[in-house]
Design a protein around this ligand. Sequence first.
Ligand code: AHR
Length: 341
Amino acid sequence: MKQRMKWLAAIAVALIMLFAAACSNGSNSGGGGTTQTSGGGGGGGSQAKDKIVLGFAQVGAESGWRTANTDSIKQAAADAGIELKFSDAQQKQENQIKAIRSFIQQKVDVIAFSPVVESGWETVLQEAKEAGIPVVLTDRAIDSDDESLYTAFIGSDFVEEGRRAGRWLLEQFKDATEPVNIVELQGTTGSAPANDRKAGFEEIIKENPNLKIIASQTGDFTRAKGKEVMQSFLQAHPDIDVLYAHNDDMGLGAIQAIEAAGLVPGKDIIIITVDAVRDGMQAAADGKINFIVECNPLLGPQLMDIVKDIVAGKEVPKRIAVEEGTFTSEEAKAALPNRKY
Ligand code: AHR
């Protein structure tokens, strides 16, 4: 009888173990966007406990900056031996939320993401918190007051970027006695860089009442939209002096519209952009963009360091800033040969 009981107990334990293994294999789908896994041994979730598993929900592929950012994250994960589950949300918040939920289900060690927009993250981040999975924000912040929803934020100071653009313009037109007509191409509506770059720029230019934003519209951070919106600005306003574009790609699209209208970018219309990716720097070196505020996309190595520290149980800083500069046309010409992205 005792022998039979022992056998039954052994069979029960084996069945429980089989069931647990089947559950932990889970689903590997990343929600509405596209998901890839790299650097792993082919297993799902954090099965291979010797390897850290990072789920990263990217904004999309809207700009040269974003491509450089994605490349930096993938390369840094491979260099650090971290298994990366990468999801592209195609600029849609609902896709990012689905991806984060999928990472929670797969029990990754850490979730990182660059929020498409600032608001609407509390519910899903609360779910990650309850599952005990630390979250790192990269590039863009969220506007929640509850700082317990994320462990760290690595990224630029977008308000300061806007101020830098404004300070340069203020200096250029310090002796102006006539109105200076500015048009603004905003980034994705509701995103941190669009809100903050606008706020920082306005804060500075209000010091000179001659500097006036006569039109401001989103170009969604893309070249195609930048061109389209600039065409409509040019039709509605024959007297544009300055274009302030929240990124290089929209500025480059706008340059096409300006040239098609028979005007000379950089001369007939002064152009300021943000990012300093290679194409933008080339346009600056060619004199088509007058001033670029840098936004550094190479966040991968810093992110992997933070992920390793979090998994090791170390204290990490809540806010990790990124060093950035600015470029005039001359400075862009000098920097271009060594530009990495
Ligand atoms: O969040 C960073 C911004 O997003 C970059 O300035 C822009 O090019 C990108 O799309």
